[in-house]
Design a protein around this ligand. Sequence first.
Ligand code: NAP
Length: 354
Amino acid sequence: MTTINPKAPVLVTGASGYIASWIVKYLLEAGHTVHGAVRDPAKKSGLEHLHALSKQHPDRLKLFKADLLVQGSYDAAMEGCELVMHTASPFVISGFSDSMEALVRPALEGTRNVLEGANRVSSVKRIVLTSSVVAIHGDNIDSLNVPNNTFTEEHWNSTSTADHQPYPYSKTVAEREAWAINSKQSRWDMVTINPGLVLGPTLTKSSDSASMGIMKQLVGGMMFPAAPHLQMGLVDVRDVATAHIKAGYTSTAKGRHITSAGNPTMLQLGKLLRKRFGNKYLFPFMQAPKAMIWLIAPLAGMTRKYISLNVGYPTRFDASKSQRELGMKYRTTEETVCDHFQQMLNDGVIKRRG
Ligand code: NAP
């Protein structure tokens, strides 16, 4: 049991990011004070949404400069905090040549850096770590080895490497390291949030999160007319933020928590969007044959091995622990993708038709 003083400031690492921005917003709206750690608090663009939140909640959001790869750089931001939400970690799935540098080192060394900071700063009582369902499973084919093709918090990704599925690998080694550091002390406990793919409206236009790219591929014509049979856990960004806050302040919270509202395929997402927005946009409406996707995979920035091991396998995630123990209630997948797409229309990311 860990009780957090609601008046103590809360550190959010990577505060400017897609998920973290919603966490910061909800913390401020609930009356908490937030220490937001960002790489460059002085930068001219990319922090507008945090400055706007700060204006709405005077004196309750303070930005600190910190980098995952600079040892000790989170310590100052952590001073006085009982609760630390560690979200910062790169979520990129293409556009890099060295996966160790782009993903694994910042995820692993960064987690070590933040958690060792918690060992030094005596106010810290709990860390909420943003992990992922990709620390639970690697490829969808792994689902053939679990009951009902359904993953739970008991499972760990044992198939990803720095060469094959480097992002899942980065999240797996980072979460494992976090539990190892946690087990060597008893002052602070740790709760992890393991979201499926996160979609839904963004508070920032500057996030590099792969969530944005995946949504653009889905609605921008890359999967038109046919999408691969790729099943995934999916959850709304606003619900992921709520899960972090519940994990922080629920004294009995313990262990890992899958956060997922459902397990749709890309085609099902296309159908939900078509139902709401009609036929004028390039949403997928049929299933692409696996052999065809396998053939063209490199053109879409995917490996053929990825297609072989992921397309066509039923893959589900059991999020009942988060509902039972954190009281999570999830938005429907329809609401999530439709709100996200509506924002893309409003922002001109996708051209309005008709
Ligand atoms: P995001 O918008 O790209 O946020 C990532 C954050 O990490 C950014 O604020 C970024 O800071 C920070 N960061 C990256 N490298 C850093 C470094 N070297 N030092 C300090 N900060 C660094 O992505 P997101 O989708 O919100 O992801 C947030 C977390 O959720 C990650 O841990 C990700 O693995 C996890 N997650 C995401 C999803 C999803 O579908 N989006 C699903 C499951 C788990 P800058 O602004 O300075 O670049």
